[in-house]
Design a binder for this molecule. Structure first.
Ligand code: HEM
Length: 298
């Protein structure tokens, strides 16, 4: 899996991501001011990227999105509905693996099947890995893209800077990741030994969830932590986690953020949030932050 996500392999995906971004921006322009940016660009693009990475046929992308979104949606679906969709998704992945076994292609799922056939991965692990990638790489990027555009629209100076100076893009993306992360908390960890922390001691065996969002806004590390500093900071943020289980898809996430924000700001220099109280709707959710709607004008 790690081999599939090296910086080199990820950079090779740039032309495909650029093409996808342009296609969605054309559609945004055609649908005119007042369009919801989440529906027009922010949600479909990362899904298409994941489908192409894994080798899911484009005609299955919409069915895929329904399944994946329901897994994250804590408000709009019952536990029974979630369980049903999860089973449908597992059936679909099992069928896709079977098809790719018979007709191998140049994609990640085919490489993972090869690892399975060499005895490196069990069938259960293969299936779980496919699903994990979907869950880890979709909602997070959708959330981060929406939050980043939203933050930039609230800071016209930063928006203008990105739009006029492409070399400011990479540090601004890092600042947006720090300031408004789509992953506010870490995966849970379990302490293996007592750890004194401030006025408490976390005992061995106790669960720990780290607030990545608060770490990113620690004033001892980041001066003026609540402001977007276009110069960036020397210290690293925690949005992709830390340690051996640090986000595997971070280069792919950065690539999508830089391409989408670069092209959006260049093409729509006067972009702003649409008027009206319902232009921005925040998503409900436990593990990830994001917007359900962001209507824009230009
Ligand atoms: C802006 C987008 C993203 C954010 C903010 C994000 C954030 C995170 C975080 C916080 C973790 C947990 C790290 C830890 O517990 O220390 C993680 C793990 C992971 N992420 Fe991402 N992620 C993003 C995009 C992606 C993408 C695009 C993929 C792949 C297509 C991906 C694949 C993974 C995988 C496989 C893991 C588990 C790594 C492990 O357990 O060893 N992520 N991510």
């Amino acid at each position: 899996m790690t081999k599939a996500f090296t910086t080199g392999r990820t950079a090779a995906m740039a032309p495909a991501v650029e093409e996808l971004a342009d296609r969605h921006l054309d559609a945004l322009e055609a649908s005119g001011p007042g369009t919801d940016l989440i529906e027009a660009l922010v949600a479909p693009l990362p899904l298409a990227v994941l489908c192409s990475l894994l080798g899911v046929p484009p005609e299955d992308a919409t069915r895929f999105r329904d399944w994946v979104e329901v897994l994250f949606d804590i408000s709009a679906s019952t536990p029974q509905e979630k369980a049903r969709r999860r089973l449908e998704l597992i059936d679909y992945m099992a069928d896709l693996i079977d098809r790719k076994r018979r007709r191998p292609q140049d994609d990640l799922l085919t490489s993972m099947i090869a690892a399975h056939e060499q005895g490196d991965l069990s069938m259960g692990e293969l299936l779980t890995m496919g699903l994990t990638l979907l869950m880890a790489g979709y909602e997070t990027v959708v959330g981060q893209l929406g939050l980043s555009v939203h933050a930039l629209l609230h800071d016209p100076a930063a928006y203008g800077e990105v739009c006029g100076q492409p070399d400011r893009l990479a540090p601004t993306v890092e600042e947006l990741l720090r300031l408004t992360p789509s992953t506010p908390i870490s995966f849970p960890r379990v302490a293996v030994e007592p750890v004194p922390l401030g006025s408490v001691t976390v005992q061995a065996g106790e669960g720990v969830i780290v607030s990545l969002l608060h770490g990113n806004r620690d004033g001892r590390t980041f001066p003026e932590p609540g402001l977007l500093d276009p110069q960036g900071h020397d210290a690293a943020h925690l949005t992709f986690g830390h340690g051996v289980h640090r986000c595997l898809g971070a280069p792919l996430a950065r690539l999508q953020l830089q391409i989408v924000l670069g092209r959006l700001t260049r093409r729509f220099p006067t972009l702003r949030t649409a008027a009206g109280p319902d232009a921005v709707v925040w998503k409900d959710g436990l593990g990830t932050r994001g917007l359900a709607r962001l209507r824009v004008e230009w």
